[in-house]
Write a protein that binds this ligand. Structure first.
Ligand code: C5P
Length: 402
């Protein structure tokens, strides 16, 4: 049982789904976990601390100013020995508080003060219109970017009589999700180095050459690898994206900087995933001053080759498992098949570059020693999770065939 001996802080916020939290607390205790319940004032309108204390077998905390803890710092003490915080039910308002770093009651303060390594999971529960509201959806996206794990919600009939997304997962489903969360992960113990985004090659101090890569696919993959238990280092060119939580981000600008950061970090890595759209050439003579506009003449730029980062890593004497990406504009199958062999890598992920750059969805083709197969159109987040599973499977086959 993966929950045996785990210390879980179970936070309850306002919502009718609090009645399910009672059964959840009971299930957690039965599974061998220690459960420390913390309730907001709104939660106490739906269920009493007495019920939660009886089921969890521990006094419930509700107040920031609770004097039972000797140093009076419940918001610190309650999380320092915890293995996870689970907020179930998590109201729309509590999601807002998490997004904004609110600290105006014990539960929000405790979430804000939690160690960065302590996982926070939320099980949203609310009316379908509240869930669909753009404000809530913005908060859902931000919590994802902040590395918060979301469990649910489910769709179905709601206590208010309406139907749709917003029901809290059933206690049994939450227990299973928590067990899965604590089970050994697909990339547990693996070290993953990645590149993502475009590079920017300067022409002069104010101009440069870049491409349309947004970094979305690479960042989604970094998150998925981290969620799968990997220790992830992401070397990223300039993007407008927030750093994925829990991932070591090294920000670079040019291909040469990206190359240097990769070569510095590549020893000891198990996997290298090159998602970046690296500029093939850089301007040979970068002007130190802004090139002045001439009435008649246009400047002539000459170029030099940039290092091929992926090919360099693949050519190391004992390289990590290398995964490349290929953004093609036509003949994806022919070009992808040829490129994987040319780069001498076990796995190449192909896509039609100009159709995917900047978008939230993608359609991929995987090329490996066996041939190729397609991953149908889906969100980049979903594809990233599938890709992590594909990579993990190939690595475990390699290890078992050695
Ligand atoms: O040869 P092409 O640029 O199409 O190959 C794409 C793959 O090679 C991607 O995985 C990309 O990240 C990687 N690459 C690289 N360094 C370069 C060019 C491409 O790592 N200079």
């Amino acid at each position: 049982m993966t929950l045996t001996g785990k210390n879980i802080v179970l936070g309850l916020t306002g919502g009718i789904a609090c009645y399910k939290a009672a059964e959840l607390a009971r299930g957690l205790v039965k599974a061998g976990a220690s459960v420390q319940v913390v309730m907001t004032e709104a939660a106490r309108h739906f269920i009493t601390p007495v019920t939660m204390q009886a089921l969890s077998g521990r006094p419930v905390y509700t107040d920031q100013w609770d004097s039972r803890i000797s140093n009076n710092m419940a918001h610190i003490d309650l999380t320092r020995h915890a293995d996870a915080i689970l907020i179930a039910p998590c109201s729309a308002d509590f999601m807002r508080k998490l997004v904004h770093g609110a600290a105006d009651d014990l539960l929000s303060t405790l979430c804000l003060a939690r160690p960065s390594t302590l996982p926070l999971l939320v099980a949203p529960a609310m009316n379908v219109e509240m869930w669909d509201n753009p404000a809530t959806q913005r908060n859902v996206a931000q919590l994802y970017a902040d590395g918060v794990t979301r469990l649910g919600p489910a769709a179905g009939e709601q206590a208010c009589g309406e139907t749709g997304l917003g029901r809290m997962l059933e206690p049994e489903q939450l227990l299973q999700a928590l067990e899965a969360f604590f089970s050994p992960k697909l990339l547990q113990g693996k070290r993953v180095l990645m590149t993502a985004g475009p590079t920017f090659e300067p022409i002069d101090p104010v101009r440069g050459i870049t491409n349309l890569s947004s970094g979305k696919m690479g960042y989604a993959l970094a998150r998925a690898a981290h969620a799968a238990g990997a220790d992830v280092t992401l070397v990223s060119g300039p993007t407008a994206l927030a750093a994925p939580a829990g991932v070591r981000l090294i920000a670079v600008t040019t291909a040469r900087e990206m190359h240097e950061a990769v070569m510095q970090n590549v020893p000891q890595q198990d996997i290298f995933i090159a998602v970046a759209a690296v500029a093939d050439w850089r301007v040979a003579a970068v002007s130190q001053q802004k090139i002045k506009k001439q009435d008649k003449d246009t400047p002539t730029l000459s170029f030099e080759h940039n290092p091929d980062i992926l090919a360099t890593v693949a050519a190391l004497s004992s390289p990590p498992y290398c995964v490349g990406f290929a953004a093609e504009s036509e003949h994806l199958i022919e070009h992808g098949t040829a490129k994987r062999k040319k780069k001498n890598i076990p796995l190449l992920v192909g896509n039609i570059g100009h159709q995917t750059f900047g978008k939230d969805e993608n359609e991929l083709v995987l090329f490996d020693e066996q041939g190729h197969h397609a991953l149908p159109r889906a969100s980049k987040e979903a594809l990233a999770i599938t890709l992590v599973a594909e990579i993990a499977e190939r690595i475990s086959k390699r290890i078992s065939s050695k």
